[in-house]
Design a protein around this ligand. Sequence first.
Ligand SMILES: [Zn+2]
Length: 302
Amino acid sequence: MNWTQKTLRKDIDCAGIGLHSGVRVTMRMRPAPPNSGIVFRRIDLDGAEIPARQEHLRRSNLAITLANGDATIGTVEHVLSAAAGLGIDNLIIEVKGEEVPILDGSAAPFIYLMHEAGIRVQKAPREFIKILEPLRIEEEDKFVAVYPSDRFKISYTIDFEHPLIGEQRQTFVVTPRCFTEQIAPARTFGFLREVEALRRNGLALGGSMENAVVVGDNSILNNHLRFEDEFVRHKILDAIGDLMLLGAPLLGHVVAYRAGHSLHARLVETIQKNTDAWRTVTWEDVVYDIASRRPYLVPAHV
Ligand SMILES: [Zn+2]
């Protein structure tokens, strides 16, 4: 378990195009002090800062857009997922543009860059959100829920009425190694028949087979998938990034069925509102519980 906060050792740059805007953007990830969280900085807008937290959520359809006043930053979920996956708590992400570059549509390039910069362990303890009571949100036949667990675990099921996808389910206990090897490489995906409609609405302008798995009626247009179940793995990647908007790492088992960004964002909001359903813990709480022979992390009100 990662009990202390982390940041990067040094600045690292990348450049690419925005998935929806189609415009070239540059990005620099920089170390940040303990307890500062992850903050986007629009250097093309006088350095306007947009913290990666639920209260700055502007839109959650197709991708996550955050805002602070007039400043917005779009498609933040994959870089947030990479940070969460490696246990990075504090980061400044400077972006020259209105969207995080999509790169190859997965979180693998961000993981590569973060490893290149190196990870600095900070002295401050991590404060986890430890789920004590289940929380569940339903929307038609879709749902997302979180249950008590001593680890951060995700079980996800998708079910697309498409012969090449169908039902896929996958469960991971999210550790840096599992994230890097099993989750980060999974790319975003889109259906060819929906691309025209998206483009008429000024979306997916930067989308191509370089940065997404494109699903036609009878075939996958890219030559190969990175995993047989790459689709459900990418949904897990998205969920990990979206949950980063809690502002603290989670100890709980997230279970999702046919969910997406907007349901993930509603789960974050529900966790934040239901303060009786969790408590924050640090390593000191665990040491105290073990030393006093109390059951590990019992609900505070018992
Ligand atoms: Zn995604």
